[in-house]
Design a protein around this ligand. Structure first.
Ligand SMILES: NC(=O)C1=CN([C@@H]2O[C@H](COP(=O)(O)OP(=O)(O)OC[C@H]3O[C@@H](n4cnc5c(N)ncnc54)[C@H](OP(=O)(O)O)[C@@H]3O)[C@@H](O)[C@H]2O)[C@@H](O)CC1
Ligand SMILES: Nc1ncnc2c1ncn2[C@@H]1O[C@H](COP(=O)(O)OP(=O)(O)O)[C@@H](O)[C@H]1O
Ligand SMILES: [K+]
Length: 463
């Protein structure tokens, strides 16, 4: 699990270090890390460093000084000025300081661009010369290494503005939102988090973290010698409708391929259809540990009653699609809601674009008011708990953006709930395993084909 902190948390943490040790050279440590990673990305050839007026530029200038020790380094002061001591060090080391026209020309020969224009202090709308240079870098084949974040992005947001597109980003102490939240995350390339001796703040209640594959392996429920089909977890699916029969099959595919002890089907799709594809399914209600509701219901009647029925069973439920609009009164402790941005915006009565701009606070709001965990689906998948803690799932390729992926995911999460995982963890692990399966099977696999690949991915993960 990796912590995601805000620019303000980083500045506060840095201040605490300075308070305790006024002479500490954090910029020196940051610059050495940048230079080291630059050597790894492009071991030889000229380096072009675009430098801004603040401390991000300072990191870039001291890194330039290190690199100029043994290779040609050109420095462009993108906003006409740069960190004083850093600029002196760069000049003393032999860096060639140039204007915008010469910088654009130097791009043609560069083995690497270091983007040190803006970092934590970055605000949207780069000056035109810098935006034009960033575009030229993107159009060229020259790799870009961004210091802290691709200049032009906002550290605390996943939104994209005019900015550099990096192949590598070096950041300090901990990840920031722009490194993990799409669409900004895609502009960061590979993110290297470097320890520069600034302890990361631990803010458990309101923390944002990102899960990794090791977390998924640790949390995945494994059967043992004492297991039977009931103890592994029975999941009851009320999914699909006459209009959306496939949703029944897709939720069953997700649940079975994630390793349910038993899948019961209680939805309105003809049982013969389900059994012809999945003969191990048991039709009708019975003993179960979790339910899945809503996938493929469409706007069929009786949604409130069907969700209330789950409440009567006293079972935790995965609530998807139209069932999200039929939630019963009262706290839904132990339940997992799985909206995409459009569904979450309808639940909140706000616009979809608001959810896309503020995904973390929107997911938190619904978790707080319902008592359920909320898995907000999309290119980045957020799981918010009623406490305010948010965990981002392991990311995957965008091929899973297709009809039916959400149905498979609801089934996977149902199996995990039935196996006894707390709702938030079922959401994180379910979303992560689907992304990991897509990553290990690149290409446009339809959701049922990807669901069929879950067992081999789970098997290799736990081997
Ligand atoms: N804090 C730490 O722990 C550590 C921090 N370190 C480093 O310091 C960096 C933060 O430095 P920072 O605070 O000086 O801000 P920085 O990102 O250089 O930008 C500020 C300048 O850019 C300007 N500017 C911004 N956007 C603009 C735009 N769109 N268009 C035009 N101008 C724009 C802005 O102008 P203003 O908004 O004031 O008008 C201001 O002049 C951090 O990312 C890391 O690299 C490490 O050395 C060690 C540990
Ligand atoms: N840009 C994206 N990249 C990767 N996966 C995505 C992206 N957008 C959506 N998804 C995935 O697609 C699914 C969307 O769910 P949903 O819209 O409910 O689908 P459906 O209802 O058709 O099954 C989720 O599983 C989510 O993980
Ligand atoms: K930068």
């Amino acid at each position: 699990m990796r912590q995601v902190i805000t620019a303000q948390q980083m500045r506060d943490a840095e201040q605490r270090v300075f308070d305790a040790e006024p002479d500490v050279d954090l910029m020196g440590r940051a610059a050495r890390a940048v230079a080291k990673i630059a050597e790894g990305v492009a071991p030889s050839g000229p380096v072009l460093v675009a430098v801004g007026p603040g401390n991000n530029g300072g990191d870039g200038l001291f890194a330039a000084a290190h690199l100029a020790d043994h290779r040609p380094v050109t420095v462009w002061l993108a906003m006409g000025k740069g960190h004083e001591a850093g600029l002196a060090a760069a000049r003393a080391a032999g860096c060639h300081v140039v204007d915008a026209v010469a910088a654009a020309a130097a791009l043609g020969d560069a083995a690497l661009v270091i983007d040190a224009v803006t970092g934590l202090g970055s605000r949207p709308e780069l000056p035109t010369t810098t935006a034009t240079f960033a575009e030229a870098c993107e159009a060229s084949a020259v790799p870009v290494l961004s210091v802290d974040l691709p200049s032009g992005l906002d550290a605390d947001s996943g939104q994209v503005h005019d900015s550099f597109r990096a192949q590598h980003t070096v950041t300090f102490a901990a990840l920031k939102a722009c490194h993990v939240q799409e669409p900004a995350a895609s502009r960061c390339g590979q993110v290297h988090v470097v320890d520069i001796g600034v302890p990361v703040p631990q803010d458990e209640g309101q923390a944002v973290r990102q899960a990794d594959e090791a977390d998924v392996a640790r949390w995945w429920p494994r059967p043992d010698a004492t297991s039977d089909k009931y103890s592994r977890g029975v999941v009851m699916l009320d999914t699909g409708s006459e209009h959306y029969q496939g949703a029944a099959l897709l939720t069953v595919a997700g649940a079975l391929n994630a390793g349910a002890g038993m899948v019961r089907y209680t939805g309105r799709v003809h049982s013969g259809l389900v059994l012809s594809r999945f003969p191990s399914v048991v039709v009708g209600e019975g003993r179960a540990q979790a339910m899945v509701l809503g996938s493929g219901w469409g706007d069929t009647d009786g949604a409130e009653g069907r969700v209330a029925n789950a409440r009567l069973h006293g079972l935790p439920a995965v609530v998807d699609a139209n069932a999200l609009y039929a939630l019963p009164q009262g706290r839904l402790d132990g339940w997992l809601l799985t909206p995409h941005a459009g569904e979450l915006s309808r639940m909140l009565g706000c616009s979809r674009s608001h959810v896309q701009t503020e995904p973390v606070s929107c997911a938190r709001e619904v978790a707080r008011t319902t008592g359920a965990a909320v898995l907000l689906k999309g290119a980045t998948q957020y799981v918010a708990e009623p406490s305010g803690r948010v965990t981002i799932a392991v990311p995957g390729p965008n091929w899973t953006a297709q009809a039916g992926s959400g149905d498979v995911l609801a089934g996977i999460c149902g199996t995990l709930l039935a196996a006894g995982l707390p709702a938030w963890r079922a959401g994180v692990v379910g979303a992560s395993i689907q992304a990991m399966t897509a990553a290990r099977n690149p290409g446009p696999y339809p959701p049922d084909a990807l669901a069929a690949r879950l067992p081999e991915v789970i098997g290799s993960l736990l081997a």
